[in-house]
Design a protein around this ligand. Structure first.
Ligand code: CA
Ligand code: CA
Length: 505
């Protein structure tokens, strides 16, 4: 008996829980009478179905330009009818673009008991509104470097918006987000459900529909029932283009509410009939438009790409971002270079101190005393290597000197022997052959010396040339070649002179 009772109790609890979950689930319905979107956003006559716009606003098939990028422009678009549901979600897709680094003034979404002005004081709409404003404020009036800013301001129709402080004292909540000059259109989802106001923002850096981030959530927000929906914008001394691409309204109903407010079948039929008629009318108008403007339709298709690619702005922004990154890297490098230079200066002053000590000069004031010097990087074995290297160089030079003397002697004897045989101004071929042989001999000797130099102690590679007595191999070779050339010329000169002397006698 007890177990049956327990089971029954559990069942009741579970049913209770499920029914509760069920009552909390949200029923959503798209409200076409409170929405506009492209293509064919505006009709042939320029009107936007179920909406009214004014001021400097211009509607096209693709968007509503609420305020163009000219000074002191204002415009707004308002739903003709107040809404007939309590909870809602509005998705606005918009673009705020301008050539300036800073833009103005901004754009605002409205939910108010009365339609506002088209050329009002608060971002194009009326001040002292009764309801909600979600403001996208581009311009930093209070110079606190906190704009562009997104904020919600609730007003009961008595307060005047404080432009000077950017509404800082009046806002319900907000978030710092840049919505200007984005590669893709920016979006905001404003949800008002069960007295909780939630604003999500899509920063327009991607075209991904899911990339919304929470801007803020505020509870216990009480808004008047049956408000009008509107969007407005304004420019000031600085000016951006303010374009709204779509405004999509969805009514939110709890299933509990749904059951309480069951729509009568007559009303439902009437509504669906109305919707069908509207769709039909729209299709008809689209068809007519296509027939009348076949070129423009094609153009429109081309324009489609323009939504997602703002001209040059994206490139510029990317360049700026890239430059920012380069700047950061440069700053890091600068720091590192400073460190290296510091270390180098330190080493230099140490070396100078050691050098002056070695020269027997007194160390200048400001330099560290030698007692604090760390051991020099040049060790005993390095000095030994240097000395050995020097010795090898001297020996090599001595050997070369011997060779050169021998070559000189040989060429003298050759000249002496071949001089008599030379006839007229001609050079004796035997003399030339011998000279070539002796040059080859010298070449071989020099090569032998080079080989010895390269195979002799590792020092050659290890240590740098000492300052005074260092002769490079190439230098040496050049000297030898020079000497040989002089000798050759001298031999020629001598031979000619002898030939001339013979002619005389
Ligand atoms: Ca402002
Ligand atoms: Ca500010």
């Amino acid at each position: 008996m007890a177990s049956i009772k327990l089971k029954l109790f559990l069942c009741t609890v579970l049913i209770g829980v499920f029914s509760r979950v069920d009552t909390q689930s949200v029923h959503r319905r798209f409200e076409y009478k409170y929405s506009f979107k492209p293509p064919y956003l505006a009709q042939k006559d320029g009107s936007v179905p179920f909406f009214e716009y004014g001021g400097n606003a211009i509607a096209s098939g693709e968007s509503v330009r609420l305020a163009p990028s000219l000074r002191s422009q204002k415009g707004a678009i308002w739903s003709k009818q107040p809404i007939n549901f309590d909870w809602w979600e509005v998705d606005i897709m918009f673009k705020v673009t301008g050539r300036g680094r800073i833009g103005a003034d901004g754009l605002a979404f409205w939910y108010t008991t009365q339609k506002g002005d088209y050329t009002g004081e608060v971002f194009g709409s009326s001040d002292r509104w009764n309801g909600l404003a979600v403001i996208f404020d581009s311009f930093d009036n209070d110079n606190k470097h906190n704009n562009p800013y997104i904020m919600a301001v609730v007003n009961d129709g008595t307060k005047t918006f404080d432009h000077k402080s950017d509404g800082a004292t009046q806002l319900l909540s907000g978030c710092l987000r840049d919505f200007r000059n984005k590669p893709f259109p920016t979006r905001a989802k404003i949800e008002y459900y069960m007295n909780t106001l939630t604003v999500y923002f899509h920063n327009g850096m991607t075209s991904n529909e899911a990339d919304y981030e929470l801007c803020f959530r505020a509870e216990n927000v009480v808004l008047p029932r049956g408000g009008h929906l509107g969007v407005s914008a304004a420019t000031g001394g600085l000016a951006d283009d303010h374009d709204v691409i779509h405004l999509l309204t969805t009514s939110l109903h709890s299933t509990q509410q749904q059951s309480g407010q069951q729509i009568s079948s007559d009303e439902q039929q009437k509504l669906s009939q109305e919707y069908l008629e509207y769709q039909k009318k729209l299709e008809q108008q689209k068809e007519e438009y296509r027939k009348e403007h076949p070129d423009q339709v094609r153009d429109k298709e081309g324009e489609f790409d323009d939504w997602f690619e703002s001209d040059g702005q994206r490139e510029l922004r990317q360049i700026f971002q890239g430059q920012g990154q380069i700047h950061d890297v440069l700053r890091e490098l600068n720091k590192k270079v400073d460190e290296v230079i510091g270390k180098q200066m330190n080493s230099l002053s140490m070396l100078t101190a050691v050098y002056s000590q070695a020269q027997g000069q007194p160390i200048q004031s400001g330099q560290a005393p030698p007692s604090q010097m760390p051991a020099l990087p040049i060790g005993r074995h390095d000095w030994d290597a240097l000395v050995a290297n020097n010795q090898i160089m001297i020996n090599t030079i001595a050997e070369l000197k011997g060779f050169i003397i021998e070559v000189s002697r040989k060429s003298d004897s050759l000249l002496a022997a071949g001089g008599g045989a030379a006839a007229g101004g001609q050079v004796n071929p035997q003399f030339l052959t011998e000279l070539r042989d002796s040059i080859n001999n010298v070449k071989q000797n020099v090569l032998g010396v080079a080989q010895r130099l390269s195979t002799s102690p590792q020092i050659v590679n290890q240590t740098p040339c000492p300052e005074a007595s260092c002769v490079s191999f190439t230098g040496l070779l050049m000297v030898v070649a020079g000497q040989l050339a002089v000798m050759f010329l001298y031999a020629m000169y001598k031979e000619r002179k002898e030939a001339q002397a013979k002619k005389f006698f």
